[in-house]
Design a protein around this ligand. Structure first.
Ligand SMILES: [Zn+2]
Length: 415
């Protein structure tokens, strides 16, 4: 399939054409002399690279609004974990489809997921046409039998992922240092090394996690992970709010990427603010994330960009910190080795924003408008891997997905 986007604005410059062939951006230029199977009128629209959601638990859409305003451990152990044990692959499938729907509407075509029933999520992503790093939640609660089950499961899932399209990437998902044993963490690291796969983990999210780690190992979380040989540049470290200077140096030395989830950190009262200026001055890679839709409670990257910027400005007492362009780049920079970005030769993942909207008028600075006053309603068309997933706000099958996800969520609560 070939697509020609005519007369679209790119980088605030003059109107340009973008020609897509297969799953690649073939040509960018003014008045391109090409014939395509499908032409999109880009007049009045602004083309941006897709947003990348660095951390979520997509099928938690089913638990959105089910248990809010609670402390993290109480929320997990009393509300979330008991229901998760009752979830079926069918629940996860519809929950993840709903999440993909919401993410497409928010201009996201890549997300990093950690949840139960791996194939439920993978099938949903496959059908919805976007990209994901999918990991099963690896939790052994320091129990040998559970650890062996998890290892077997992950070995099998790694092989089974090969039957999906290359929009789906297998990823390891050890939940955290307080739910996974040292032996299992070592196995995860070795498996990642042998097979070149990413490791998605929660690190230093709460003060309690830090205190327990110091009590148990006499080390801070990152120091502990370094001591057991767990660290590498394959780690996607989510949260990282309770860090000291020494730990930041370690993150830098291992070239570890951190995911900043401003909304969930504030909602769950993590008690500390992501040390953005100190990480960025060390050149540490930072990706933005929403976290799961029951600790956020949306999958909205516009909101995430704005709140990230406001939170850092508030923390540093400096309104010039994390400006619009910088936070926009954090949300759209290529990540996880996926070749996004609007350039010839890159993957054909493109989001078209409708500029003719009250909240984006007037247009003194398009990027400032997107970050500080934009929202998912401004997303008009989404293309991923050379296929149109949403056109002028229309997504095929949307009503059925919402209906089925609602039914699954209600039946889960009654089980
Ligand atoms: Zn999380």
């Amino acid at each position: 399939m070939s697509i020609l986007i005519k007369d679209v604005l790119l980088d605030d410059e003059e109107e340009t054409d973008i020609y897509i062939e297969g799953n690649q951006i073939k040509k960018i230029g003014q008045s391109l002399d090409v014939v395509a199977e499908k032409t999109i009128d880009g007049k009045g629209k602004f083309a941006i690279p897709p947003f990348i959601n660095g951390h979520t638990h997509s099928a938690m859409t089913l638990l959105r609004g089910y248990a809010d305003d609670m402390p993290l451990m109480e929320w997990l152990s009393e509300k979330i974990w008991p229901l998760e044990t009752k979830m079926t692959e069918e629940d996860i499938y519809w929950g993840a489809k709903l999440a993909c729907l919401e993410m497409i509407r928010s201009g996201i075509t890549v997300f990093n997921d950690m949840y139960w029933h791996f194939h439920g999520t993978s099938r949903a992503v496959e059908e919805m046409g976007i990209r994901a790093l999918v990991s099963a939640v690896f939790i052994d609660f320091f129990d040998k039998t559970k650890a062996n089950e998890q290892i077997e499961l992950n070995e099998r899932l790694f092989e089974e992922t090969k039957s999906y399209s290359n929009r789906i990437t297998f990823c390891l998902g050890p939940h955290s240092i307080y739910t996974v044993s040292e032996e299992s963490l070592r196995w995860v690291k070795n498996f990642s090394n042998r097979n070149d796969v990413f490791i998605h983990i929660h690190i230093s999210e709460t003060q309690n996690e830090l205190k327990e780690c110091i009590k148990r190992y006499r080390l801070r979380p990152i120091e502990y992970l370094k001591r057991i040989g767990f660290l590498s540049d394959k780690i996607i470290a989510c949260h990282c709010v309770w860090l000291d200077q020494e730990e930041m140096e370690i993150l830098k030395n291992y070239n570890i990427q951190c995911v900043f989830n401003p909304i969930s950190n504030m909602k769950l009262s993590s008690g500390k603010i992501f040390p953005y200026p100190r990480l960025i001055e060390r050149g540490i890679g930072i990706i933005l994330g929403t976290d799961g839709p029951s600790s956020n409670n949306s999958l909205n990257m516009f909101e995430t960009m704005k709140i990230a910027s406001l939170l850092i400005k508030h923390d540093t007492k400096d309104p010039t910190s994390l400006p619009a362009k910088e936070v926009f780049n954090l949300a759209t920079n290529k990540a996880f080795g996926i070749n996004t970005g609007i350039e010839e030769g890159n993957l054909a993942d493109i989001v078209l924003l409708e500029l003719n909207r009250p909240e984006l008028t007037p247009s003194h600075n398009v990027i400032s408008n997107i970050v500080y006053s934009g929202n998912p309603s401004c997303v008009s068309t989404v293309i991923c891997d050379g296929k149109i997933l949403m056109e002028d706000g229309y997504i095929e099958g949307e009503d059925e997905i919402m209906e089925r996800a609602k039914e699954q969520a209600l039946s889960l609560i009654r089980r």
